[in-house]
Design a binder for this molecule. Structure first.
Ligand code: GLA
Length: 424
């Protein structure tokens, strides 16, 4: 954005934020929250302050961190890139998860449509969102049905030209128990292996068929077929898929997905703590082959729920190890909390700077490895963008603070090193 536009924007914001301060019982209004490259109109600026009001209580505004207040006087750096343009140069789509709330908030919509070109639904394609108990009972077969929110989000993504990562088909969590029981009744017995395999086949078939019938299938380029099936000790997670079908349930999930998904949709195994499951994942994916030895899987999704004190070399080793198989690696749910998982650190200036550095070093190292051909990566998805809408919001893991102001994390991820919290 040119300097004079920044000045104009600052005046518009100063005006609307003064008005906001008056409404906020004399509390200082949220700082200049919108330093997006995107043009911001007076209306949008006002809506941003409205969104602040929606999302946060005045009390919380009082607790703003030093970065939120101190940099308010500083002029926001000029952005020459968006995440989509930056990552696009390396053949990578820039993604975010999407919730129902986000598409009702103009500031979110502005950020999403400017910065990102790939979407993963935070919840609305998970098994518990798309499997219908009443219809399954009535039909005597498992029935997939999209509810109004899923339909609305699918339409929004299509209207906005978003590429889609489907998330997720087979998972131990957010999956209704009734799918595993006789007559879809949890008071009865678990079904036999053959019945559960038939249900898995039907379920996966219906997901792709329904997306095609509704005109959305072509938006999808990747699908998480299985989520979180492995433990850190190398054992399979105990779950009802394993209990009903048996040890080979993972192979069957990929077999059916490969059978029904069109070739242009890459099929993924997705997991967290990937850097502690490296050999397990490395060995596992090589079992996912058909009778002719062809892979049923196309890539491994690294959730990348990280911490600023997680060792990056360990992480890059995992990326290279899985990359060496020739399969793709996607970062699917990236967020970086402060500290370690046992010792969460507060959002002090110092810790937020460490987060900015971490995002810079992580993405820099990934892009280098992509450019060197050490890993095939065509998608990098953040698990949201603004802290207060994150599943780990009390840990401040994302790119914008609760006032929608870019953090050091934003500039770090954007590879703007001088604004990413490094010492001068
Ligand atoms: C896991 C899942 C995601 C999401 C997060 C928490 O990482 O894969 O879909 O549920 O947990 O938000």
């Amino acid at each position: 954005m040119r300097r004079w536009k920044m000045g104009l924007l600052a005046m518009v914001l100063a005006f609307s934020l003064t008005a906001c301060a008056a409404e906020n019982n004399g509390e200082p209004a949220a700082d200049q929250s919108i330093s997006q490259e995107a043009e911001v109109t007076t209306d949008e600026a006002q809506e941003s302050t409205d969104a602040i009001g929606d999302a946060e209580e005045t009390e919380e505004a009082k607790e703003s961190t030093s970065q939120e207040t101190s940099s308010a006087e500083e002029e926001a750096p000029v952005l020459t890139e968006t995440f989509q343009s930056l990552l696009g140069k390396h053949g990578i789509k820039a993604g975010t998860c999407l919730s129902d709330y986000m598409i009702t908030n103009k500031t979110c919509v502005n950020i999403i449509t400017t910065q990102f070109n790939s979407i993963t639904f935070e919840n609305h394609l998970k098994p518990d969102a798309i499997l219908d108990l009443q219809e399954s009972k009535a039909k005597g077969d498992i029935v997939v049905k999209f509810n109004a929110t899923t339909e609305k989000l699918l339409k929004w993504c299509k209207d906005n030209g978003m590429a889609m990562r489907g998330h997720t088909l087979v998972w131990y969590s957010q999956t209704p128990n009734w799918i595993f029981y006789e007559d879809f009744d949890t008071k009865k017995s678990l079904v036999s292996r053959d019945v559960m395999l038939a249900r898995m086949d039907s379920y996966i078939n219906q997901v792709f068929t329904l997306l095609e019938e509704k005109g959305y299938l072509e938006s999808f380029y990747a699908y998480d077929v299985v989520n979180e099936a492995w433990m850190e000790d190398g054992s399979k997670r105990d779950c009802l898929w394993l209990k009903t079908i048996g040890e080979d349930y993972l192979w069957y999930a990929f077999y059916y997905a490969d059978k029904y998904a069109p070739d242009y949709i890459d099929l993924y195994y997705n997991d967290y703590n990937e850097q502690f499951k490296t050999e397990t994942l490395y060995n596992f994916v090589q079992t996912l082959k058909d009778e002719e030895g062809n892979y049923l899987i196309d890539g491994v999704g690294f959730q990348a729920h990280l911490y600023t004190e997680d060792d990056l070399n360990t992480y890059f080793n995992t990326v290279e190890r899985l990359g060496s198989l020739g399969l793709k690696v996607n970062l699917t749910e990236l967020d970086v909390c402060l500290g370690t998982w046992q010792n969460i650190k507060p959002a002090t200036e110092e810790n937020l700077k460490a987060q900015g550095q971490y995002y810079y070093n992580l993405i820099n190292g990934l892009l280098q490895r992509v450019d060197e051909g050490k890993v095939k990566m065509d998608s990098l998805t953040f698990w949201g963008f603004v802290d207060n809408l994150s599943w780990r919001k009390e840990r401040n893991p994302l790119l914008y603070n609760k006032f929608y102001k870019p953090k050091y994390a934003f500039y770090g991820a954007m590879q703007m090193k001088e604004y990413a919290g490094f010492d001068e």
